[in-house]
Design a protein around this ligand. Structure first.
Ligand code: HEM
Ligand code: HEM
Length: 159
């Protein structure tokens, strides 16, 4: 199913953006190539998430892969899925916001930016960091839930 393929594509790209983003901010880990790799993963995850949100708003959410055990479980899953669709958009907007406000796009494109200093005091940076932290937590919860269902997921496997 196209929706399931999109799920795994976005999941892989978003987790790669998360990993490359955190490595980028480690002491001495910065490199212009790593920043560009992060932007490539982040922009792809953001744009595909936008496509998924448009599908969701027009055609509705995909049917659940398995029956929820209770109403509370169904509500929790729904809430986490809504956030997992929207938070990558927040990361996209705040990431593009950092590039735009810092005026560093040219240096990033040429690979000549020497560090993250241009983003230091920009408001979207705090939003980006908070959204990344939230996404990591949501993916943790979501992964644990999938594990709890023992990865017995015919819907996703069929993807
Ligand atoms: C650790 C890897 C992941 C696993 C094992 C996994 C597994 C699953 C499973 C089993 C479902 C179906 C749940 C249901 O229908 O009740 C699902 C749905 C969903 N997952 Fe994941 N997922 C992973 C990573 C991610 C990531 C990184 C994102 C977002 C960035 C994400 C976003 C979603 C969304 C939005 C849904 C709702 C259905 C949809 O709109 O496609 N997942 N996932
Ligand atoms: C799903 C998409 C994305 C994820 C998961 C993500 C994740 C991250 C993470 C985890 C960090 C390190 C933050 C921290 O240490 O708390 C980071 C930093 C950064 N990201 Fe992203 N990001 C995404 C998309 C983007 C996009 C689309 C752009 C720009 C077009 C972008 C630009 C940046 C920049 C410039 C930094 C360095 C900011 C700094 O700490 O000085 N990101 N990102």
């Amino acid at each position: 199913m196209a929706g399931r393929r999109l799920h795994w594509l976005i999941a892989g790209l978003a987790m790669a953006a998360l990993g490359s983003g955190y490595v980028l901010t480690w002491p001495d880990a910065y490199s212009a190539s790593l920043l560009r790799i992060h932007l490539a993963f982040g922009v792809s995850a953001g744009l595909l998430s936008l496509a998924r949100v448009l599908v969701w708003l027009t055609a509705g959410a995909p049917p659940p892969a398995f029956e929820p055990g209770s109403r509370l479980q169904a509500r929790l899953a729904k809430g986490v899925h809504v956030l997992l669709r929207l938070v990558p958009l927040l990361l996209f907007v705040s990431g593009v916001g950092m590039l735009a406000l810092s005026g560093s796009f040219g240096a990033v494109a040429r690979g000549t930016l020497t560090g993250l200093a241009p983003y230091q005091d920009l408001p979207p940076r705090n939003l980006h960091h908070a959204a990344a932290f939230l996404l990591a937590g949501l993916i943790g919860l979501h992964g644990l839930a999938a594990f709890w269902h023992r990865l017995n997921l015919p819907g996703l496997k069929a993807g």
